[in-house]
Design a protein around this ligand. Structure first.
Ligand code: BEZ
Length: 334
């Protein structure tokens, strides 16, 4: 009997407290609500960009104590970069790691990072991507309905061909795969080749069945996707850098709690920084692996490309005057 009386008394005391506490609990529950986001990219699971996206997801899960889930969609599972860009703009996708292709195809000034030999090595690429010109371009993605978080990069651009190549004349008239990216296409036109735009996920089959004669690619992809299986020559040219731009949907971003925004921004930018910093060693490692195959590796420098590079600069300084600012930054690098 006394037990029941005690229970009733406890209930009587706690009921008003509960009434008062309920809105507070609901409020706390709201700010601590589980959040699910998605990030899309075109690289396959073993690629460094995909690994970096997965690391961002893991870090956010830990830092938010399991409250934030970021699902990673590699290999173009959510569509091409053009489609992902539209999804970001409409709010159907939260985040993406993209090449600059969709940006440069809308506005020539994003093409300046593809200036041949603007960076002599990955360390110079890193400096240019954190420099004032790059940051100006990052901020202006807001005009496209996006939020910019920073740059990463892939390895420097190299060339793999089906046939043996000893001279740039051997590339004349050849169908060379490029990303669907105006400045890259233009470089190959100026070299007398027939650039064939093709996104990464379609590349292996096209090279294997002879639909293309060669490709502009990095050592990492050449090794991991086994493009070297069908290659007659790998040209070690290091002729362009290849940035990643990390963006989010401005529409969705606006509804994210400011503390979570800070956590997401910090996590992405820390991981991109380590990604960029790691590429010198990654390129060297994959080059060594490729040198261990039967495919000859031809090392070339700017002179291999004849007048094509000067011609490219002449045209792109006109098309994208911001290139001159990037060149001025590059001239100060050692
Ligand atoms: C490519 O299309 O060649 C590419 C895309 C993303 C990362 C690396 C390479």
């Amino acid at each position: 009997m006394s037990f029941f009386r005690g229970s009733i008394r406890r209930l009587a005391v706690s009921a008003p407290t509960l009434v008062l506490a309920l809105p507070l609990l609901a409020f706390t529950g709201l700010s601590a609500q589980a959040k699910e986001y998605r990030i899309g990219l075109i690289t396959p699971p073993p690629h460094q960009w995909t690994k970096a996206a997965q690391d961002v997801a893991d870090t956010l899960k830990t830092r938010s104590e399991d409250r934030i889930t970021l699902s990673v969609f590699p290999s173009g599972q959510l569509g091409s970069e053009a489609e992902m860009m539209r999804q970001l703009q409409s709010g159907a996708l939260d985040f993406a790691f993209l090449t600059l292709g969709e940006f440069a195809n809308r506005d020539d000034k994003y093409g300046i990072f593809l200036a041949p030999y603007i960076a002599k090595n990955t360390e110079q690429a890193r400096k240019l991507l954190s420099g004032p010109t790059a940051q100006k371009l990052l901020a202006s993605v807001s005009k496209l309905g996006l939020v910019g978080f920073g740059y990463g990069m892939a390895g420097l651009r190299e060339i793999a061909t089906r046939d043996t190549v000893t001279d740039s004349k051997d590339l004349s008239g050849k169908k060379i795969r490029t990303v669907p990216f105006k400045p890259e296409l233009d470089f190959w036109v100026k070299l007398g080749a027939a650039p064939t735009p093709m996104p990464l996920p379609a590349l292996y089959d096209a090279f294997a069945n002879g639909q293309i004669d060669g490709m502009q690619i990095d050592f990492e992809g050449t090794w991991n996707s086994k493009y070297y299986d069908h290659a007659g020559t790998i040209i070690h040219s290091d002729h362009m850098m290849f940035p990643l731009i990390a963006v989010g949907s401005a529409r969705n971003w606006a509804s994210i709690d400011p503390a979570d925004q800070t956590m997401i921004r910090e996590t992405i930018s820390a991981r991109l920084d380590s990604l960029i910093g790691s590429y010198g060693a990654i390129d060297a490692d994959y080059l060594a692996k490729l040198k261990g195959t039967d495919v000859p590796v031809l090392s070339v420098d700017r002179s291999f490309f004849g007048t094509a590079i000067d011609d490219w600069y002449t045209e792109w300084r006109e098309r994208a005057p911001l290139l001159k600012e990037l060149e001025a930054e590059a001239a100060l690098l050692d």
